[in-house]
Design a protein around this ligand. Sequence first.
Ligand code: FBP
Length: 547
Amino acid sequence: MTKSALQIARAAYQPKLPKALRGAVKVSEGEATQSVADQEEIKKLFPNTYGMPLLKFVESNEGQSFPAINVGVILSGGQAPGGHNVISGLFDGIKTLNADSKLYGFILGPGGLVNHDYMELTGDIIDEYRNTGGFDIIGSGRTKLEETEQFEKGLEILKKLGISALVIIGGDDSNTNACVLAEYYAAKKYGVQVIGCPKTIDGDLKNEMIETSFGFDTACKVYSEVIGNIQRDCNSARKYWHFIKLMGRSASHIALECALQVQPNVCIVSEEVEAKDMSLDDVVTYIAQIVANRAEKGNNFGTVLIPEGLVEFIPAMKRLIAELNDFLAKNAEEFSHIKKSYQREYIISKLSKENSEIYASLPESVARQLTLDRDPHGNVQVSLIETEKLLSEMVAKKLDQWKAEGKFNGKFAAQHHFFGYEGRCAAPSNYDADYCYSLGYTASVLIANGKTGYMSSVRNTTAPAEEWIAGGVPITMMMNMERRHGEMKPVIQKALVKLDGAPFKKFAADRDTWAINTDYVYPGPIQYFGPTEVCDQPTKTLKLEQA
Ligand code: FBP
């Protein structure tokens, strides 16, 4: 396989570990925990894994000997930079505990466990993937692990391979499933531990004990580099408005972080749109007004950042999507037999008056997207909705109207971009390389200590790695009850952008200046070698949150 010069040099990078993980480790138990909400219901559903204590690893002078163990690993959901380092940290961790331990990877996500599709991950294979982006070592998938038959089918292969612990690397939904599986295996006394690791570029799997999900750092840096380049182009040609949609299925963390890094003219934050009960027209008017204000100063150019999940946060659209989700969950069979050309009318005839009016007013492509193509978790695949085009078309219409009324005298020409897949498999930044390796290594220590239903946690990551704190958080602690597929289910609470949080407040304090001025910042590409202030910076979001 031909490798790039960077790949070869990067293979030699030794990720940093928290001090406590560099030698023998002692587990320090904290207070018993509670779920974030709906305590009674969650406790009832997870009698074996509810209320467990927080765990912190501390250095120990007593070396311990551990028996060899066989561990399985699954990459679940969307790719995120650093996944290979979680696996190499886990591999090095179990080998340090006992050189005869083995690691098996299940192929193409949770489906690999159910279908008994696996491979042993040996040292040679692991070495090929250290510090590389992507999930291609074993592949990833979005199969939802939630049925008893799947758990039992999985157990067959775990028993056959002598696997006593499974590590599931995934986002909030996958870690919810990891917890359900941990509870099931514990209740049945099958002797299989299940540990989760917080992955997602979206940055929405975080809480008091999980500072950030891995991949967010690298992905935002890649997008910010490219947005910075577009801003240079924009400020050189001075003739286009660039509408840039950024991934993030639900939360706007990516758009907000990129805004803090590049200082665009406009950034929409979905959570604010929802809190202010804004309509689609309100969002369009807000952008159009900034275009008009800049035009008055002769600046017929600019940048607009749009979070991918926006449509689901516009309250009227959210109500429509909720009714559609419930309706389609209950009538999937009937809907699948409706002719494509009649589907729109069919939906209009089935929805409540308010929702059918909104649905009927949507452009054909957006309306179709809302009824088709749900992911296995029942979510609308917002990355397929071309919000950047929807908004720029509506802004253009509004400006035409203002022109006719004499309120706008500038020019408006738009370019469209969508950044998501460009960043999900980038070579991990130093931050993600170190963080991921530490998360994987932490998982091995949780396994060695017989834990199940825990998520690997590495905290204090804005300090040097020396001072990072590793441990485990019971997954049930992050749960609440939410409506999914028309039913109430226990799920990990998604971390949306907090409007009273430091990152949003900083953005809100500066955005009016960025709107009218041209204060662009050009972050440039991720640097892996060089001064620490260039190579080892965490995200602005994390720094502001931890300040
Ligand atoms: P995860 O939540 O699984 O990490 O995936 C995040 C994400 O990248 C979203 O930002 C995006 O909406 C979605 O995946 C796209 O999914 P797919 O790769 O299946 O098209």
